[in-house]
Design a protein around this ligand. Structure first.
Ligand SMILES: Nc1ncnc2c1ncn2[C@@H]1O[C@H](COP(=O)(O)OS(=O)(=O)O)[C@@H](OP(=O)(O)O)[C@H]1O
Ligand SMILES: Nc1ncnc2c1ncn2[C@@H]1O[C@H](COP(=O)(O)OP(=O)(O)O)[C@@H](O)[C@H]1O
Length: 174
């Protein structure tokens, strides 16, 4: 049976990794064969030759989407978390993965992400010390026509996970 790809995208510090891990754990608990890929993780190995220009982000996401599609064809549910900053890059993800794809926009606003700043990147970018940082010195395009957007600035991790799971399980029933 063909698997699925659930692709979380949003600004740095939006809560993508936390939500992806939580959804992965729910799926595993339901007995679904699940695997996850995260931007930070892939950039340490398979994508370590890439930086943060738009061209490098596009190549980063192309490789990630091809990997995800491959695993989905082998029956896995693949949970992905990447910034995926532009509509053109998101469209490429659709082209590569096709109907197995569910996109989830983690819509936590810039002010909340910037206040979280877990790695100090926002502070550096705002001080002019970090070029090409998403939302400050590199674009983050708000998506149009999102079926599923989850604000992890106002929802708890448990509420956000619940919202995702309801959507995914409804998808399976329909
Ligand atoms: N310049 C710049 N811009 C954006 N992000 C940066 C940058 N430099 C380092 N980082 C860290 O890299 C993580 C995002 O990597 P991604 O592979 O998800 O990005 S992308 O989809 O290719 O745009 C992102 O991690 P998350 O916070 O988990 O999103 C950042 O911590
Ligand atoms: N729903 C939430 N409510 C409150 N804080 C959250 C929530 N989701 C994530 N966080 C916190 O926000 C920070 C960034 O989360 P993370 O999952 O690393 O985001 P991203 O992968 O988008 O950079 C972490 O400190 C995390 O604990």
């Amino acid at each position: 049976m063909e698997g699925k790809v659930i692709w979380f995208f949003g600004r740095p510090c939006a809560g993508k990794t936390s939500l992806a891990n939580s959804v992965k754990n729910e799926l595993l608990a339901l007995g679904v064969k699940t695997i996850s890929f995260d931007g930070d993780e892939l950039r340490k190995g398979i994508n370590k030759d890439l930086g943060f220009s738009i061209a490098d982000r596009q190549e980063n996401i192309r490789r990630a989407a091809e990997l995800a599609a491959l695993f989905a064809r082998k029956g896995y549910w693949v949970v992905c978390s990447f910034v995926t900053p532009t509509e053109a890059i998101r469209e490429m993800v659709h082209q590569i993965i096709g109907h197995a794809l569910t996109m989830v926009f983690v819509s936590t606003p810039l002010e909340v992400c910037s206040a979280r700043d877990t790695k100090g990147h926002y502070k550096k970018a705002q001080a002019g010390e970090l070029a090409n940082f998403t939302g400050i010195t590199s674009p983050f395009e708000e998506p149009r026509n999102m079926a599923l957007a989850i604000d992890c600035g106002t929802l708890s991790l448990e509420e956000a996970t619940q919202g995702c799971m309801e959507h995914l399980l409804k998808d399976i029933r329909d």
